[in-house]
Write a protein that binds this ligand. Structure first.
Ligand code: ATP
Ligand code: MG
Length: 565
């Protein structure tokens, strides 16, 4: 524990870094992994001590609003108190033991955060799920994960009851509700009566901490296993280098609670730095509420997905004054330079793009103080040795496009998942030579900046050219008629594949002559990118297929295209 204390000190004192001297920053970066590590005990409880000793700013650890005037604010001490009560419920009423798996399907309500910390305290393995899961999805997740406990709300409890008899491992159910439900423990009631006397388990750094489902952008979501140190310690890289967080900050990340992105930026990264986690209970994405909240509360760091920024910049923001906001980040998909520019014009702030996966912590990022090259994902995070590779696992030179890989030999870095749960062949397929292959393609420029090209599966091969959809989509976005687009390959008798754009038009353009507009858009792309990339086929659609987290599911559109031949 002594060394963990030192580590914790290291978290706090290491920001801000001198990012303008990236090379020395990266060289000097060190994070020793202690044998035992538990985020609740070694980080959160340490912040409680600091708080009690008056050694941290007085902002809360957690600040939640629901848009109807209700608010919850907890200090680190209160978070500790309530999560210890919750931990006792897990071990006593639910009879869970260390290593047992717990599925948590809750919207953005305070209990979701308590569940996260209670799982850490008890060493139970958290498996978050989005509230948009159907009965069938929940059955699949309960069976494949062999979870012993599920925690959910009124909306989903009936779906769980309908399938519970098919899940032989499931033996306890907790509901977050004002009402009682047969067969379920009522969490709100139980918390009132539970003891707050709980000793956090001593978890090994490499013990399984959580299982996160990937977003399912390119097929079925995969279960990724993470240890206590991979996110608990690894995300300090995000916190310090990308999010620029300190204990005086308040961070709002809009991601759904079901994804690793929430663990990244709504749990571990802010709390590693002692910052306040801000949350707004929003059942649906409403740009105007988001903008209002950003103006009204002292949020300093904001994180959202590109799809959300695309919607936000379409609003009139002249009356919004973001008094406290100082740092904005985006991840999950590439962000169109056009959107970044509009955001800058409207807010005066840049969007610092980060790149990572459910399987990893931040892989590349734009760090505060570093020159931003619009459209680039920035430079590798200090946690990883990131390289561009050819099919044989050889490192390519700057400017050459290849697979983005992370070195795992001789030593697997922290911040990387251990395996896809119960899928050894899928896990093995990610390794090529000394590297973990991300499944994404990109290149590095002469200055060491990384540029995302596409997911490997999304690359279009037309007349011998390799075309990444994102570049074409970004060119399309610059045309005033285009609200959003998705570019995929489509079969062609002569060229084999051609570029096809599915376009959602801005409302003002919906009544225009579509043939004429199509030609105009094609001409526009020919002028803004290399002409061979222009979409030979264009289809206007009402909506793009997207994941719950708002990512474009190009593979669905592609599948449809190729089925028609
Ligand atoms: P699945 O693996 O189930 O298909 P997914 O890959 O979308 O879903 P996540 O782990 O949530 O699941 O997302 C990681 C992926 O998102 C990356 O591999 C990359 O393709 C994309 N991504 C994330 N950040 C960026 C970024 N800044 N620029 C481009 N792509 C990004
Ligand atoms: Mg993926």
């Amino acid at each position: 524990p002594g060394s963990v204390k030192a580590l914790h000190k290291d978290y706090r004192t290491a920001t801000p870094q001198n990012f303008s001297n990236y090379e020395s920053m990266k060289k000097n970066f060190k994070l020793e992994i202690p044998e035992y590590f538990n985020f609740a005990k070694d980080v959160l409880d340490q912040w409680t001590n600091m708080e009690k000793a008056g050694k941290k700013p007085s902002n809360p650890a957690f600040w939640w609003i629901n848009g109807n005037g209700e608010e919850v604010r907890w200090s680190f001490e209160e978070l500790g108190y309530l999560s210890r009560k919750f931990a006792n419920i897990l071990t006593e009423a639910c009879a869970l033991q260390r290593g047992d798996r717990v599925i948590v399907i809750l919207p953005r309500i305070p209990e979701w955060w308590l569940a996260n910390v209670a799982c850490l305290r008890t060493g139970t393995v958290l498996i978050p799920g989005t509230t948009q899961l159907t009965q069938k999805d929940i059955l699949y997740r309960l069976q494949s994960s062999k979870a012993k406990c599920i925690i959910t709300n009124d909306a989903l409890a009936p779906a769980v009851d309908a399938i519970a008899s098919k899940c032989e491992n499931l033996h306890s159910k907790l509901i977050v509700s004002q009402n009682s439900r047969e067969g379920w423990g009522n969490l709100k009631e139980m918390i009132k009566h539970a003891s707050d006397n709980h000793t956090c388990v001593e978890t090994k750094h490499n013990e399984m901490m959580a299982i996160f489902f990937t977003s399912g952008t390119s097929g079925s979501p995969k279960m990724t296993g993470h240890t206590h140190s991979s996110f608990g310690l690894g995300l300090s890289v995000n916190a310090r280098f990308w999010l620029d967080l300190t204990s005086s900050d308040m961070m709002w990340n809009t991601a759904d609670t079901g994804w690793a992105k929430s663990a990244w930026s709504s749990v571990f990264s802010p709390w590693i730095q002692g910052a306040c986690v801000f949350a707004h209970y929003l059942p649906r994405f409403e740009p105007t509420s988001i903008l209002q909240t950003l103006s009204k509360f002292p949020i300093t760091v904001f994180c959202s997905a590109p799809t959300a920024y695309r919607m936000l910049v379409q609003n009139d923001m002249t009356r919004c004054k973001f008094k406290s906001l100082k740092h904005c980040v985006s991840a999950g998909e590439p962000i169109n330079p056009e959107v970044t520019e509009q955001w800058r014009n409207k807010t005066g702030l840049d969007i610092y793009e980060g790149y990572g996966q459910t399987e990893t912590v931040l892989i590349c990022g734009n760090f505060k103080g570093m020159k931003i090259k619009p459209g680039s994902m920035g430079k590798p995070s200090p946690a990883f040795d990131v390289k561009i590779l050819d099919v044989n696992g050889n490192v390519l030179t700057p400017g050459q496009e290849g697979d983005i890989g992370i070195r795992v030999l001789p030593k697997r870095p922290f911040g990387l998942f251990t395996h896809y749960v119960d899928n050894p062949s899928k896990t093995a397929s990610t390794i090529r030579g000394n590297f973990y292959i991300t499944g994404d393609r990109g290149y590095m420029d002469e200055d060491g900046y990384f540029w995302f090209v596409a997911r490997s599966d999304d690359i279009i091969l037309s007349s011998g050219y390799r075309i990444g959809p994102f570049e074409v989509e970004s060119a399309l976005t610059e045309h005033p008629s285009v609200a959003e687009s998705a570019v995929v390959s489509s079969p062609d008798p002569i060229r084999g594949e051609v570029v096809k754009a599915f376009i959602v038009l801005n409302p003002d353009y919906k009544l225009h002559d579509q043939e004429q507009l199509k030609k105009e858009i094609q001409e526009h792309v020919k002028k803004t990118t290399a002409p061979y990339k222009y979409p030979r086929k264009v289809e206007f659609i009402q909506e793009l297929p997207k994941t719950v987290s708002g990512k474009i599911k190009r593979y669905e559109l592609r599948k449809k295209e190729w089925k028609t031949i």
